[in-house]
Design a protein. Structure first.
Length: 286
């Protein structure tokens, strides 16, 4: 599966060592890489000085987003990027092992979208969506071919509908409630490790029956997330599993809100059966 890494902090923290270790895993996850951060809370000269021109979203955008459909360890851009000091309080990184879609830039994470208020959202996903009934129409709207991009487009529509019902109120409570209900819906029969950023809050979700997403608190106001604990044996005891089957929101490195748990736990055994037997996997259990 893909791997995820993210930072949420009150002030920029140095993340070079984590990123270098994280991207080294791309020897096995070779189908693309990507990174995004908020310009307003990241200190690095790398984009302006060394990287190819990033994907732009207008001069007023606070989002820097760069993606490549190659293994990160082979990327000159990634190497030059990590050669600079990277201090960030809002960052997401992804290395891709594809389950659907070609190896092209449009299928690499992170994904980006805006809601009706102009708020900028980014998403990284680890997992696979077998039950896509709620996402069925989004294949005509997405730029790429992934279930992950369809999930983001669906969530943006949910947030927009909630805002319209609230007469345009896109406050945190409105966003969190809409997201938590929608993510609970699409967790049914799906493996859904998600990290989402809306420019103000970082939202985290995992629903696997084994631990597949972890967090490490760097300080009272800084936290990092990863699908694999980073930092070697010295830091291993400081990583903890993210609580499962609920949406969790962080702001400036601090826990803000946790939803009630939903009942949709994804069993890794089912994933193995699906890989082996395809659509006939359920008959094996009957």
């Amino acid at each position: 599966m893909c791997e995820l890494f993210a930072v949420n902090a009150a002030r920029p923290v140095r993340v070079n060592a984590y990123l270098e270790e994280f991207f080294s895993h791309s020897h096995k996850r070779k189908d693309g890489w990507g990174i995004t951060w908020r310009k307003s809370c990241t200190n690095t000269a790398a984009p302006a000085q060394t990287l190819p021109k990033p994907e732009g979203h207008g001069d007023d955008s606070d989002v820097y987003l760069y993606r490549e459909p190659v293994a990160a360890w082979t990327s000159m851009a990634m190497g030059e990027f990590c050669a600079h000091a990277i201090d960030s309080c809002r960052l997401e990184a992804h290395i891709r092992l594809s389950t659907c879609g070609n190896t092209v830039r449009e299928n690499c994470h992170p994904f980006y979208a805006t809601d009706i208020s102009g708020r900028e959202w980014t998403l990284i996903h680890n997992g696979i969506l077998f039950n896509e009934e709620l996402l069925a129409t989004y294949d005509r709207k997405e730029a790429g071919q992934t279930d992950s991009e369809r999930a983001l487009l669906f969530l943006i529509d949910v947030v927009n509908e909630a805002a319209m019902r609230s007469v345009g109120d896109l406050g945190f409570d409105t966003r969190f409630q809409a997201l938590s209900e929608a993510i609970a819906q699409i967790s049914n029969l799906n493996r859904l490790n998600l990290i989402i950023d809306d420019g103000e809050y970082t939202y985290v979700h995992t629903n696997t029956n084994v631990d597949t997403l972890y967090f490490r608190r760097l300080s009272a106001d800084a936290i990092v997330f990863s699908t694999t604990p980073l930092g070697g044996e010295a830091e291993a005891p400081q990583w903890r599993p993210v609580p499962k089957n609920r949406l969790i929101a962080y702001k400036e490195g601090r826990l803000v809100r946790t939803s009630a748990p939903h009942g949709y736990v994804f069993c890794e055994t089912i994933l193995d059966l699906r890989r082996k037997f395809g659509d006939d996997w359920a008959k094996v259990l009957s």
